[in-house]
Design a protein around this ligand. Structure first.
Ligand SMILES: Nc1ncnc2c1ncn2[C@@H]1O[C@H](COP(=O)(O)OP(=O)(O)OP(=O)(O)O)[C@@H](O)[C@H]1O
Ligand SMILES: [Mg+2]
Length: 503
């Protein structure tokens, strides 16, 4: 007996067949992983299911508990017990946790909101998800992981029977991931069904009962977790064998391109508090320097400060090719030869309503314009080049980046910074939300750049990626560099040990 059947679902956007006769069945009390490459149609399928794309904007049938249903909006779907937690979280930042949980469903009497009851109930739901915070807390002051849990509390308060999580762990710390997994296991034992979208295979195999693979908008197959393995799922996703995950090549580092001496960064608001303390390092041409550490170790603060994009004050010396530089803004940084592929593509990377080619050329205008006049042919030429190099899935170069799938947006960010011909390319969680096949393409591209003499700093929370790609690894903890490893001596264990406080 299935709680949900999606039958022959098709959906088109201008120039894209996002879903092509997709079939998907969900059992009661199972965790069902939905896997597929970037742009395969995962999020679109879930938007159909959750009423975000109303009946009539797609073809095919939805059956809930064997009964045909039509949803005209999200509320219809919620009434049928379906809640989605989106890839990009959607809580209202300056409302409290309690207000967010009961937004649009506030307990009322005679048209007056009963705040006592609201906060009392909110506290109970927070407890359910193991969140030890007051329901009066403002959402904006919570980290991503806690916001995620608030979203789940909100879903539970609606007595959800089918919970959809679209890449829920992309921005979570290890301990937050563990909490989330516990909650999902608990929900499963209570009979709640869960659809779980993730590019992280270890997670999928730890959690899921069954796995459905989508490719190019079609269902490839549904497998029982115990009857399959990581390699099989990956090859079904990408349509070929992917034997090697990290294309390591020996690099021969050249001269020093960047020196950072006695670098300190202060918190933008708590002005007597340092977020980076006395950091020293050098970077050579043609090497990949990995920076590992737990979330909150200060890695993003360090690189965004070097890039002129952090509000807190910084002191210390930065030398590029032996010459001291003063970087006060992102423009200064780009001028000096830096590029930063940011972890937060929405805030720092892309203009969502502008098209692919404009976003690609944005940081290298001089290559496509003369005397302030943009040469459209040049724009197209460059745009096309990075779409091809990175295999970005887009209907055209004129497509607004906001309509691309999450992973394909990230590829546009990468293309944009590659085009700026940096001396020093900083990549902060470069493959977050990127599928395994595309990751490989990006690693390959990194190797090519390094061979041309570019120096790369890569921050990553995925240790296999740090270990697989870096020539040297620096470990950060509480704003300081605590260890340095050559890649040959680094292991997951010794990096974790250093990251968790062992100096
Ligand atoms: N609103 C939209 N307008 C136009 N095209 C869209 C829109 N939403 C999705 N698409 C296209 O539909 C296809 C499927 O996108 P979808 O977001 O479902 O992929 P996904 O499997 O979730 O990928 P990812 O892993 O990168 O998140 C993509 O080619 C995407 O560009
Ligand atoms: Mg998606």
């Amino acid at each position: 007996m299935y709680v949900l059947e999606m039958v022959n679902i098709s959906k088109e956007f201008p120039g894209v067949k996002a879903l092509d006769q997709v079939n998907f069945k969900l059992r009661k009390g199972e965790i069902h992983a939905l896997c597929g490459e970037n742009g395969a149609g995962k999020s679109t399928l879930m938007k159909v299911l959750s009423g975000l794309y109303p009946a009539g904007t797609y073809s095919g049938d939805l059956l809930i508990g064997g009964e045909k249903k039509e949803f005209h909006n999200i509320v219809d779907a919620e009434k049928a017990g379906i809640t989605i937690i989106h890839q990009e979280l959607a809580l209202v930042k300056d409302m409290t946790v309690g207000e967010n949980i009961f937004l649009g469903a506030e307990p009322q009497r005679h048209g007056v909101i009963r705040w006592d009851e609201l906060y009392h109930n909110a506290a109970l739901w927070l407890k359910r998800v193991g969140l030890n915070i007051s329901p009066n807390t403002k959402i904006g002051s919570l980290g991503i992981g806690q916001q995620q849990l608030v979203e789940i509390a909100k879903a539970l308060s609606k007595h959800t029977q089918i919970l959809i999580l679209d890449e829920p762990t992309a921005a979570l710390t290890e301990s937050e991931v563990a909490i989330l997994m516990n909650i999902l296991n608990q929900l499963r034992s209570e009979g709640v069904s869960c659809i779980y979208i993730s590019h992280k295979m270890p997670e999928v195999f730890e959690l899921a009962d069954s796995i459905t693979v989508l490719r190019d908008g079609q269902t490839v197959t549904t497998l029982d977790r115990h009857e399959t393995n990581d390699d099989q799922v990956v090859s079904l996703m990408v349509g070929r064998e992917l034997t090697e995950r990290y294309p390591r090549v020996e690099h021969t580092p050249g001269e020093i391109v960047l020196q950072v001496k006695n670098y300190n960064v202060w918190h933008p608001e708590k002005r007597d508090q340092k977020v980076i303390e006395d950091v020293n390092f050098t970077l050579r041409k043609g090497e990949i320097l990995g920076i590992a550490g737990l979330m909150g170790a200060g890695r993003t603060e360090l690189v965004s400060s070097l890039f002129g994009a952090y509000e807190g004050r910084a002191t210390g010396e930065v030398l590029i090719e032996g010459k001291p530089v003063r970087i006060r803004s992102v423009t200064d940084a780009i001028e000096a030869g830096f590029a930063l592929v940011s972890e937060d593509r929405k805030r720092q990377g892309l203009v969502m309503n502008m098209d692919v080619k404009t976003n690609t050329t944005m940081a290298a205008m001089s290559k496509v314009s003369k005397l302030g006049v943009i040469n459209e042919n040049e724009e197209i030429r460059w745009g096309l080049r990075y779409v091809q190099d990175l295999k970005t899935k887009t209907a055209s170069l004129e497509t607004a980046v906001g309509t691309l799938s999450g992973g394909n947006q990230q590829k546009v960010v990468i293309g944009k910074w590659l085009m700026s011909d940096p001396k020093i390319l900083i990549m902060d969680e470069p493959t977050r939300g990127i599928d395994v096949g595309a990751k490989y393409e990006i690693y390959h591209l990194m190797n090519q750049l390094v061979e041309q003499g570019v120096a790369i700093i890569m921050i990553s929370s995925e240790l296999p990626e740090v270990l697989g790609m870096s020539d040297r690894i620096l470990v950060m903890s509480e704003g300081e560099f605590v260890r340095e490893f050559d890649w040959r001596e680094a292991t997951q264990e010794n990096i974790m040990q250093a990251a968790t406080g062992g100096k």
